[in-house]
Design a protein around this ligand. Structure first.
Ligand SMILES: Nc1nc2c(c(=O)[nH]1)N[C@H]1C(S)=C(S)[C@@H](COP(=O)(O)OP(=O)(O)OC[C@H]3O[C@@H](n4cnc5c(=O)[nH]c(N)nc54)[C@H](O)[C@@H]3O)O[C@H]1N2
Ligand SMILES: Nc1nc2c(c(=O)[nH]1)N[C@H]1C(S)=C(S)[C@@H](COP(=O)(O)OP(=O)(O)OC[C@H]3O[C@@H](n4cnc5c(=O)[nH]c(N)nc54)[C@H](O)[C@@H]3O)O[C@H]1N2
Ligand code: SF4
Ligand SMILES: [Mo]
Length: 673
C-alpha cells in the first residue's frame, strides 16, 4: 500500500493544533508538522507529539463486551446493539423519557455530538450533557448573561496584539502550551503579562506581575481592581454609556469596599492590585485569559461575571488585542456545546422554551416528542440515578467515575442504574461499571469535524483502520437509533454536517475544509475573528454589568483538615489519563501521583522530599509522593487529578447558577503512610 499524508487535528486540547499523520502500509508511522497551520504554525506540545502512541496500545477495546457476573464476554455487534436498544427501551417504557440519561463526549466529532443529542431529544429526553458541565458551565452561564456569547471573543493569534494580558486561573504554559507562543509574542512586543494563581506555575514564571491569591478569592481580587479603576477615573465612560447596562449598580455596590479588605481576603498586596488594575485599564489593548481556576468553584459564575464587569467598565472588548478568552479544555468541547449537548440548549444555544426553537427542530427532525424544558445536568443525573428516577444511562467517552466530584457517590449512582452502556476506546473505571461496553474508533480512525476554542471548525479524514471490530461513534449511534425506531440513515459525517449547516444558525455557511478550517459565525464578507465589535446579542444589543459580592464558598479548613488542596493539571497527562497513561513517552515524563507541599510545611510535618503520604479529606483519601516546593504557599497543597482516585477527595458542592462542582479545592490533611 502506498505511503500517504493525512491532515488531522490533535485529539487532546482545545487549542486545535494541526498535524499530518504519515501512513505507511495502512499503519500510522509518524507525524509531520503543519507549518502553515494558523494557530500552531508547525509546533506541537509533548501530548501532540505523542498523539499516535495510544493508537496501537494493546488495551484498546476491540469488541463489544457484555457483563457476566464479575467478568466480560466478547460479543458481536448485532447482539450488543440489541442489548443496548433493549436496555434503553425498557427504561423508557417503565419510566418515560425522564428515566434516561445521556452524556456526550468532547472527544467526539461535531457530527457525532449532534447525533447523540438528536437521539436523546427525539426520544423525548432532555437529560443530555457533556464534560462542559465540569469545565466551562460557569462561563456558559456567566458570559452568556453578561455578553450573550460564551467563546473566545478573539482568535488565538490576536493575543499577540494585546498590550496587557490578565491570565487568571489558567496555567496555559502547561495546559494550552501552543497558546503560550502567542502570549510570548505579545511580551516581545512590549506587552505585559499579569498572572493570578495561588500557585507559582510555569505560566507565572513568564509573567511581569504575579498575584498569588488565596484560593477561592478571585471575586475580591477583581472587585479590588475595579475599585481602583473607579477611584482613579480609569473607566471607559463612552463604552459604558453606549454599550452596557447596570454600571451605576456596580458603582454603588462597591462604595463600602476597600483595597485593604481586598488585600486581607486575597493575600495580594494592595500595591500589586493597584499595579494590575492600572496596567489592565490603561493599556490600549487588554485581554483576559482564564480557565479552571476561575470556573471550578461553587461561586464560578460570580467569578466569570466579575471578570466581565472588569472588561466592560474598561471597554476592553471588540477590538484587536482586546477581548476575553475562556480557554476551552477538551479538543471538541466547544463543538459539543455548539451542537446542543447541554440540557438547557438545543444546537446553536437555542432555548428549549422558545416556541421558535421547538418549531424549527420539530420540522427539521420530523418529531413531535421533543422536550420543551431543560433537562438534568450530568451531576443532577447522578442524583436522579441514586433516587431511582433515572434507570438507564448511555455514556460516551467520559470517565465520570474518575472525573465527577465525589467518586464514591458517583460509583454508587452508576451502580444503582438498571442499565448502563459505556462507549469508549479503553476499559475505563466508568466502563468497568457498565452492563455493555461498546468499542469506539478514535480520532485518527474516523472522519469528521471538531471546533477549537477560537471557534475554528476543522475537518479530519480517516487515516487508519480502527482495531478489531471497533467502530466510529457515528456508526454506533446511527445503528442504535435505527433500532430505537429513529430515522438515522446517515451515510457519512458530511451528510450530518450538511444538516447541521441547514438548521444550526451559528454554523450556517460552514463547508468542510482541511488545514486552515473556518471560524463560526460564517459571514459572506469573510471570517469574523473578533466578536462584539459593535453589539452584543442581548436585549437592546447591550452587555450587562451585574454587581457580585465576595462570598466564601470554598470548603473551610479546620484543625482536622488544616490544608487547602488544589487539584489541577500537569503538562504530561490529560484528564483521567486513559490516553496519556498509555503513551510510553508521556508516562515516562510523569509516572506517578505527587503532591506539592511548601518546604516550611514539609519541615514542620517532618516530611522529606519524595515521602510517601496519604492525603485525606472528609470524603476519602489518596496516596501520593511529596514534592517540597515553594510553587505552593504554606497551608496549600497541589495534586494533579490525572491519576485515578483524586476525585474521591472532592466534595459534591455546586454553583447554584451553573451546576458546576467544586472541583478545584478541598480541605485536607497530609500524613506519612
Ligand atoms: N496537559 C494538559 N492539558 C490540558 C488538560 C490536561 O488534563 N492536561 N485538560 C484540558 C482541559 S479539559 C481543560 S478544562 C484545561 C484546563 O486548563 P487549566 O485551567 O489551565 O488547568 P488547571 O490546572 O485545572 O487549573 C488552572 C490553574 O488554576 C489555579 N487555581 C486553583 N484555584 C484557583 C483560584 O481559586 N483562583 C485562581 N485564580 N486560580 C486557581 C491552579 O493553581 C492552576 O494553576 O486544560 C486542557 N489541557
Ligand atoms: N477534581 C477535578 N475534577 C475534574 C477537573 C479538575 O480540574 N479537578 N476537571 C474537569 C474537567 S475541566 C473536565 S473537561 C473533566 C474531564 O472529564 P472526562 O471527559 O471524563 O475526561 P477524559 O479522561 O478526557 O475522558 C474522555 C474519555 O473519552 C475517551 N475517548 C477518547 N477518544 C474517544 C472517541 O473517539 N470516542 C469515544 N467514544 N471515546 C473516546 C477516552 O478514552 C476517555 O475515557 O474532568 C473534570 N473533573
Ligand atoms: S496544545 Fe493542545 S492541541 Fe496543541 S499539541 Fe498540545 S495538546 Fe494538542
Ligand atoms: Mo475541561
Amino acid at each position: 500500500m502506498a505511503r500517504s499524508l493525512v491532515p488531522t487535528v490533535c485529539p487532546y486540547c482545545a487549542v486545535g493544533c494541526g498535524l499530518t499523520i504519515v501512513v505507511d502500509d495502512g499503519l500510522a508511522v509518524g507525524i509531520e508538522y503543519m507549518q502553515d497551520h494558523p494557530v500552531s504554525e508547525g509546533s506541537l506540545c509533548p501530548k501532540g507529539n505523542a498523539a499516535l502512541e495510544m493508537l496501537y496500545h494493546p488495551d484498546r477495546l476491540t469488541h463489544p463486551l457484555k457483563r457476566t457476573g464479575e467478568g466480560w464476554l466478547s460479543i458481536g455487534w448485532p447482539e450488543a446493539l440489541d442489548l443496548v436498544a433493549g436496555g434503553l427501551s425498557k427504561a423508557l417504557c417503565e419510566g418515560g423519557p425522564k428515566s434516561l440519561g445521556f452524556i456526550a463526549s468532547s472527544k467526539c466529532t461535531n457530527e457525532e455530538s449532534y447525533l447523540i443529542q438528536k437521539m436523546a431529544r427525539s426520544l423525548g429526553c432532555a437529560n443530555i450533557d457533556s464534560c462542559a458541565r465540569l469545565c466551562h458551565s460557569s462561563s456558559v452561564t456567566g458570559l452568556g448573561r453578561a455578553l450573550g456569547t460564551c467563546s473566545t471573543t478573539n482568535i488565538l493569534s490576536d493575543l499577540a496584539n494585546s498590550r496587557c494580558i490578565l491570565a487568571i486561573g489558567t496555567n496555559f504554559a502547561e495546559n494550552h502550551p501552543i497558546i503560550a507562543r502567542w502570549v510570548f509574542r505579545a511580551r516581545e512586543a512590549g506587552g505585559k503579562l499579569i498572572v493570578a494563581d495561588p500557585r507559582r506555575t510555569p505560566t507565572a514564571w513568564g509573567g511581569d506581575l504575579f498575584l498569588q491569591l488565596n484560593p477561592g478569592t478571585d471575586v475580591a481580587l477583581i472587585n479590588g481592581m475595579i475599585k481602583v479603576i473607579l477611584d482613579e477615573g480609569l473607566i471607559n465612560r463612552r463604552f459604558i454609556e453606549d454599550r452596557t447596562e447596570g454600571f451605576s449598580d456596580l458603582e454603588s455596590s462597591l462604595e463600602g469596599f476597600t483595597l485593604s479588605e481586598a488585600e486581607r481576603i486575597t493575600g495580594v498586596s494592595a500595591s500589586d492590585i493597584v499595579g494590575a488594575a492600572r496596567a489592565y485599564a490603561r493599556s490600549p489593548a487588554s485581554a483576559i485569559v482564564y480557565c479552571m481556576g476561575v470556573t471550578q468553584h461553587a461561586n464560578g459564575t460570580d467569578n466569570v461575571q466579575a471578570l466581565a464587569n472588569l472588561l466592560l467598565i474598561c471597554g476592553q472588548i471588540g477590538r484587536s488585542g482586546s477581548g476575553i478568552y475562556p480557554l476551552r479544555g477538551q479538543n471538541n468541547v466547544q463543538g459539543t456545546c455548539d451542537m446542543g449537548c447541554l440540557p438547557d440548549f438545543y444546537p446553536g444555544y437555542l432555548s428549549p422554551e422558545d416556541p421558535r426553537t421547538q418549531g424549527a427542530f420539530r420540522k427539521a427532525w420530523g418529531s413531535d416528542r421533543l422536550p420543551k424544558a431543560a433537562g438534568l445536568t450530568s451531576l443532577e443525573m447522578m442524583d436522579a440515578a441514586l433516587d431511582g428516577t433515572i434507570k438507564a444511562m448511555y455514556i460516551i467517552g467520559e470517565d465520570a467515575a474518575n472525573t465527577h466530584p465525589c467518586s464514591k457517590r458517583t460509583a454508587r449512582a452508576l451502580g444503582k442504574l438498571g442499565f448502563l452502556v459505556v462507549q469508549d476506546i479503553f476499559l475505563t473505571d466508568t466502563a468497568r461499571l457498565a452492563d455493555v461496553v461498546l468499542p469506539a474508533a478514535c480520532w485518527a480512525e474516523k472522519e469528521g469535524s471538531s471546533t477549537s476554542t477560537e471557534r475554528r471548525i476543522q475537518w479530519y479524514e480517516q487515516a487508519v483502520e480502527p482495531p478489531g471490530e471497533a467502530m466510529a461513534d457515528l456508526w454506533i449511534i446511527c445503528s442504535l437509533a435505527k433500532r430505537l425506531g429513529l430515522n438515522f440513515h446517515y451515510r457519512s459525517s458530511k451528510e450530518v454536517m450538511n444538516e447541521i449547516c441547514e438548521i444550526v444558525p451559528i454554523y450556517r455557511g460552514v463547508r468542510p475544509a482541511y488545514g486552515k478550517g473556518v471560524l463560526w459565525p460564517c459571514k459572506k464578507e469573510g471570517e469574523i475573528s473578533i466578536l462584539h465589535e459593535e453589539t452584543f446579542p442581548l436585549a437592546r444589543g447591550r452587555a450587562i454589568i451585574r454587581p457580585v459580592h465576595f462570598r466564601r464558598t470554598a470548603e473551610e479548613t479546620s484543625s482536622r483538615y488544616p490544608f487547602l488542596l488544589i487539584i489541577g493539571r500537569i503538562g504530561a497527562h490529560h484528564n483521567a489519563g486513559s490516553m496519556t497513561m498509555r503513551s510510553a513517552t508521556l508516562l515516562g515524563m510523569a509516572p506517578h501521583r505527587f503532591v506539592e507541599i511548601n518546604p516550611k510545611d514539609a519541615l514542620s510535618l517532618g516530611l522529606d522530599d519524595g515521602a510517601d503520604v496519604v492525603v485525606t479529606t472528609a470524603r476519602g483519601e489518596a496516596m501520593a509522593r511529596t514534592r517540597s516546593t515553594d510553587r505552593v504557599m504554606p497551608g496549600t497543597l497541589f495534586m494533579p487529578f490525572h491519576f485515578p482516585g483524586a476525585n474521591y477527595l472532592v466534595r459534591g458542592y455546586r454553583d447554584e447558577h451553573s451546576g458546576m462542582g467544586e472541583l478545584k479545592i478541598a480541605a485536607c490533611r497530609i500524613e506519612r503512610c
